[in-house]
Design a protein around this ligand. Structure first.
Ligand code: NAD
Ligand code: MG
Length: 380
């Protein structure tokens, strides 16, 4: 039996994690956390019988308390609640499928409490990788990637000496606007940006895939997870999303993980690592597929990628500014308050205005996030 807790259980990764639990009788759920969708959370409580749940919003937490009072489940709220359920003694693996920098503190506390982390929340490593990775090493816990690209890299590193990595080939679908020009992007609507060609994901990450900001965040995530320099990470557009990423070794050999796009595979792999379990679903049919193609990313049009490299090179608090500016810009785009290309303008403006703090503490990271939000509100 393995006992897990899922932060963000009502989201795209969270619900797919629970599907994996449903299909395996040796996994059990000790705790769940969600933002405000208490209708779905209540259903999950009734099905998976966790010992405790956290709801961010206090009012929703009281409502939920009332509706599950026939059950033996503790309902907590806010950051304190998130930390409480992330560090429950029985939890062995914490799945961080929450969206945003809110994931940093619970992840840190879970690591200190010696829980392995199945990490989907890329913002945690992007902004606090310099704190998380050494802490995980010190506490002897594993950071198991859930992001499909990082899982593919992780699988391609199995049994290899990480010192022999030549480079990491991070694949990207290119999103719904691959091949389009700047003038086309000026006119795109929210509905177009939400149509990802291969993956069904949460709204925020879907927009990030269209801007290539997601790939930029993944470059930074890979840098921390695998301890490689930025210049050893190359982004390759692979529009069919069949090759989930690759590692090239010093002798020129390339290892890759391929398959049909299904997030349940990386989720399940993280939960059972280093073992593999049966997973239902479609298998890759090479006859039907017939070809896998490659392209160079268009860095002049899709500024999400070059801006991420720039933020990562500056280091310190700059990736936080990149991430926070993007988070707020995407939220405005989702509310139809700004146009698609304004997302880049907002990120650029915030990065230009920021004076990098090297080696920021968690407090400084969260203060930088807040300052970035305030800067945006003062102008847009
Ligand atoms: P989503 O928007 O579908 O779900 C987010 C979840 O977080 C929801 O359950 C929501 O209730 C919860 N949440 C939000 N704010 C909260 C708060 N303050 N307190 C408690 N819970 C809160 O997002 P998603 O697409 O599942 O993505 C989650 C994370 O995984 C993101 O960091 C994303 O970048 C990463 N990721 C997602 C995918 C994917 O396929 N969806 C792939 C790779 C990585
Ligand atoms: Mg990914």
């Amino acid at each position: 039996m393995k006992t897990i807790a899922v932060l963000g259980s009502t989201g795209s990764i969270g619900t797919q994690t629970l599907e994996v639990v449903r299909e395996n009788n040796d996994l059990q759920v000790a705790a769940l956390a969600a933002g405000s969708n208490i209708v779905l959370l209540e259903k999950q409580i009734r099905e998976f019988a966790p010992k405790a749940v956290a709801v961010w919003d206090e009012k929703s937490a009281s409502e939920l308390k009332e509706s599950v009072k026939d059950l033996d489940v503790k309902v907590v709220s806010g950051m304190e609640g998130l930390i409480e359920i992330s560090t429950l003694p029985e939890v062995e693996i914490l799945v961080t499928a929450i969206v945003g920098m809110i994931g940093i503190l619970p992840t840190i506390e879970a690591i200190k409490a010696k829980k392995d982390i199945a990490l989907a929340n890329k913002e945690t490593l992007v902004t606090a990788g310099h704190i998380i990775m050494p802490l995980a090493k010190e506490c002897g816990v594993r950071i198991l990637p859930v992001d499909s690209e990082h899982s593919a890299i992780f699988q391609s590193l199995n049994g290899e000496n990480p010192k022999r990595i030549g480079k990491i080939l991070l694949t990207a679908s290119g999103g719904p606007f691959r091949g389009k020009t700047k003038s086309f992007l000026e006119k795109v609507r929210l509905e177009d940006a939400l149509k990802h060609p291969n993956w069904a994901m949460g709204q925020k990450i879907t927009i990030d895939s269209a801007t290539l900001v997601n790939k930029g965040l993944e470059v930074m995530e890979a840098k921390w997870l695998f301890g490689v320099d930025l210049d050893k990470i190359q982004v390759v557009i692979q529009p069919q999303s069949i090759i989930h990423s690759m590692v090239e070794y010093v002798d020129g050999a390339i290892m890759a993980e391929l398959g049909t796009p299904d997030m349940k595979l990386p989720i399940q792999y993280a939960l059972y690592y280093p073992d593999r379990k049966y997973l239902g679903g479609e298998r890759l049919d090479f006859w039907k597929l017939s070809q896998i193609t490659f392209e160079k990313p268009d860095m002049d049009t899709f500024l999400g990628l070059p801006l991420a490299f720039q933020a990562s090179k500056a280091g310190g608090s700059m990736p936080t500014v990149f991430n926070a500016a993007n988070e707020r810009a995407v939220s405005k785009f989702l509310h139809k308050e700004i146009r698609f290309l304004d997302i880049y303008d907002i990120i650029m403006y915030c990065m230009e205005e920021h004076k990098t703090i090297q080696n920021p503490t968690v407090e400084e990271i969260l203060a930088t996030e807040q300052a970035t939000y305030e800067l945006i509100e003062s102008r847009w």
